[in-house]
Design a protein around this ligand. Structure first.
Ligand code: ATP
Length: 198
């Protein structure tokens, strides 16, 4: 069975490529291939000419992705998760608290800092997941429907955060079903056609 039609895509720093297409057309599959979480049956995926392989530390350092539900620790709070990410990526512990506070505020979840992940609503969970992805250093962001479950106030805000990151030089590829978010973020839209008749 073919999950994704043959596709040739190149994304450059400062670009946001939005993948658009009906349910089941292959957007998530393409993002998974770009993240190195799945291997294409034909063809290659490269980041700066390096094959994308999640076992390669340089690839892991470069790519931050929101694909499906990330693992979280039941006994660590939202604040603790960000602190852990900060330490994992080798940042100076002296100003960790300041960075974590700024990130919580940026994503509008400062009031949830002391909650556990399982105590969040679905929209709050999405904001928490996005904060974890944006908080770590990365040159490339792969986002699967970052707008999902967000309300009318948060969708444009998240679109703005994505655009700021792109303007700062990140390469962004994301799947999106929301025309307003697409309009606010895309430098290029790629329409994905289903591989199999639907
Ligand atoms: N684990 C899996 N095993 C088999 N087929 C799968 C699996 N995951 C997805 N598919 C199939 O791959 C195709 C592409 O799915 P994919 O999730 O990439 O679509 P999508 O464009 O992201 O859809 P949506 O907009 O609904 O999120 C679909 O036909 C889907 O049924």
């Amino acid at each position: 069975m073919t999950l994704l039609r043959t596709i040739d895509v190149r994304a450059n720093p400062g670009e946001c490529v939005v993948l658009r297409g009906p349910n089941g057309s292959g957007k998530t599959t393409l993002l998974r291939l770009l993240a190195g979480l799945a291997e294409p049956s034909t063809g290659t995926v490269r980041l700066d000419e390096r094959p994308v392989d999640e076992r390669d530390p340089a690839i892991r350092a470069a790519i931050a992705s929101l694909l499906g539900a990330p693992a979280t620790y039941r006994d660590l709070t939202v604040h603790d998760h960000l602190t852990l990410i900060d330490a994992t990526w080798g940042r100076n512990a002296d100003d960790c608290e300041q960075r974590v506070g700024a990130c919580l505020e940026e994503f509008g979840i400062q009031h949830l800092a002391d909650r556990f992940p399982h105590e969040l609503s679905s929209g709050q969970t999405q904001l928490f997941r996005l904060s974890c992805v944006f908080f770590r250093p990365a040159t490339t962001l792969l986002l699967d429907e970052p707008e999902q479950r967000l309300d009318d106030r948060m969708r444009p805000h998240i679109a703005e955060l994505i655009d700021v990151r792109r303007a700062a030089g990140a390469t962004i590829v994301m799947a999106c079903h929301d025309p307003a978010v697409t309009e606010a973020t895309a430098t290029r839209v790629l329409d994905i056609q289903p591989a199999e008749p639907q």
